[in-house]
Design a binder for this molecule. Structure first.
Ligand SMILES: Nc1ncnc2c1ncn2[C@@H]1O[C@H](COP(=O)(O)OP(=O)(O)OP(=O)(O)O)[C@@H](O)[C@H]1O
Length: 265
């Protein structure tokens, strides 16, 4: 049953791309409910449909079967309502605009007043610890800072739902650890609902209240793991037996959905 109180509710969701080489089944029979305030990670090998699922929530792709609602409404209406912010794999900042002007761009397009823009830019830059870098250009910032700026841009809408497609994949491990901790604090402070795509088991376990394990050909959900870790998570939680037990279950789910033979033909 479709859950109208959920932030995201997918029922028997399918999406098949028609290509010149035939049909590509990107999503098949996906059933998933995401409640308000959850942090949900999507993990699975390349091509299992993680990005497609996020893009479908964002109304950038249309499902070919099943039902999907965002805050009880269609993805199209949710998009018109500005129900979500989207953070891409690469920071995608305009090099000719300063950081504050990059963050303000969507607000500018939406017709917010200059004072509203300034207030929101200040608030979101504070949230991602970038205060003081307003007048810098993207190339003057490190990769991690650029990605924080694009998170600020997604937050500037003040949407309750944040869609993040492997935002830290290109960063080194130390920076990634730091941003993972910062993101958890931000999530705790803002009470947002977050959908987060990753390839990293420790990242998924560290961040999430729920982990959705997916497998390719066709993109299916093979396991949904509810995490019992406390909401407050220092980095060394990754060495605890509770953490390692969840990581082992994710690994099992990934293995079960993976056909190694097929890959090596
Ligand atoms: N516009 C499109 N047209 C045709 N096929 C597509 C299109 N977009 C995605 N696909 C295919 O759909 C499948 C799922 O792709 P998707 O990008 O969602 O996977 P992913 O799990 O996010 O992968 P990655 O981890 O590499 O980002 C892949 O086989 C991909 O080639």
């Amino acid at each position: 049953m479709i859950d109208l109180t959920a932030v995201v509710s997918a029922q028997n969701l399918g999406l098949t791309f028609k290509t010149n080489d035939g049909d590509v089944v990107a999503l098949s029979d996906v059933n998933l409910t995401i409640d308000k305030g959850e942090f949900v990670s999507f993990i699975g090998p390349s091509g299992c449909g993680k990005t497609t699922f996020l893009r479908t929530i964002a109304d950038l792709e249309q499902p070919t079967s099943g039902t999907l609602t965002i805050n009880g409404q269609s993805p199209e209406n949710a998009r018109k309502d500005r129900a979500y912010g989207y953070v891409f794999q690469a920071p995608a900042l305009y090099p000719w605009r300063t950081i504050e002007k990059n963050i303000a761009l969507p607000l500018e397009i939406m017709g917010h007043s200059k004072s509203q823009q300034a207030e929101r830019v200040k608030r979101t830059m504070d949230l991602v610890n970038l205060s003081g870098f307003e007048k810098k250009y993207p190339w003057q910032l490190s990769g991690g800072m650029q990605q924080r700026a694009s998170i600020a841009r997604a937050l500037a809408f003040d949407a309750d739902l944040l869609l993040m497609d492997e935002p830290f994949g290109a960063l080194d491990e130390i920076v990634r650890d730091h941003l993972n901790s910062e993101l958890l604090k931000l999530w705790d402070r803002t009470k947002k609902t977050i959908c987060f795509v990753t390839h990293s088991i420790p990242e998924a376990v560290f961040l999430s209240t729920k982990i959705v394990v997916m497998s390719p050909r066709p993109g299916r959900v093979t396991d949904i793991i509810e995490s019992n870790l406390p909401r407050e998570r220092p980095l060394d939680i990754r060495e605890t037996p509770e953490f390692l037990a969840i990581a082992a279950r994710v690994r099992d789910g990934l293995r079960a959905g993976h056909s190694y033979d097929e890959d090596h033909i």
